[in-house]
Ligand binder design. Sequence first.
Ligand code: DX5
Ligand code: ZN
Length: 224
Amino acid sequence: MTTQIAPSILAADYAKLADEAAAVAEVADWLHVDVMDGHFVPNLTIGLPVVTALLKHTGVPLDCHLMISDPDHWAPEYAEAGVQNVTVHVEAVAAPVRTLRMIRSAGARAGLAFNPATEVEPYADLLGEVDMLLVMTVEPGFGGQHFLDLVLPKVARARQLISRHGGEIWLQVDGGVSDETIERCAEAGADVFVAGTAVFGAEDPVAAIRRLRAQADAAAAAAG
Ligand code: DX5
Ligand code: ZN
């Protein structure tokens, strides 16, 4: 497992997205882009036009987290636009197998996301269709929320399912990930860490990413 850090632009300045992306480009593995439609979650952010524009202005791969009511329609369009990872929520997707296959056949990695109260076990048979599981560690919709420790046992169960399945499926956590919580996430088996406030709210976002990566690496090594 290799630690990857995905700073979330939800905590960046949307009026200068290209600059914010450039500010973390040398150390970020991904740029996490939260797409919210005001239906699946109460908040509204950006959609395909802004994501398409951002793709032209950054070399950092985009990790689009679709918190929208109709991912079956929209997810393939993000993949076709050139987004490198497209994640859909199990609570919203109507035909997960078809949609995940469409994402992959458009050349993107396919992610499947779970809200805090959604179990992962019912989706075990879909592991062959995904490149990443996203276990939400807050209720989706807003940045800057408190990390939910109650989700950690599920992170560990998701890691077990992945190990049993074999292959290389990444396990992402998103929400409240910071220097106080990232070690617990890594110990539970997460390897891709989304961090909004902890990166773009920091005085030095590059240093913040380096610290988070070092903490996650150390905790994963200690956990064996
Ligand atoms: C919340 C979003 C997160 C958010 C995380 O619904 O999915 O990606 O940006 O922000 P922090 O790291 O501030 O909790
Ligand atoms: Zn997110």
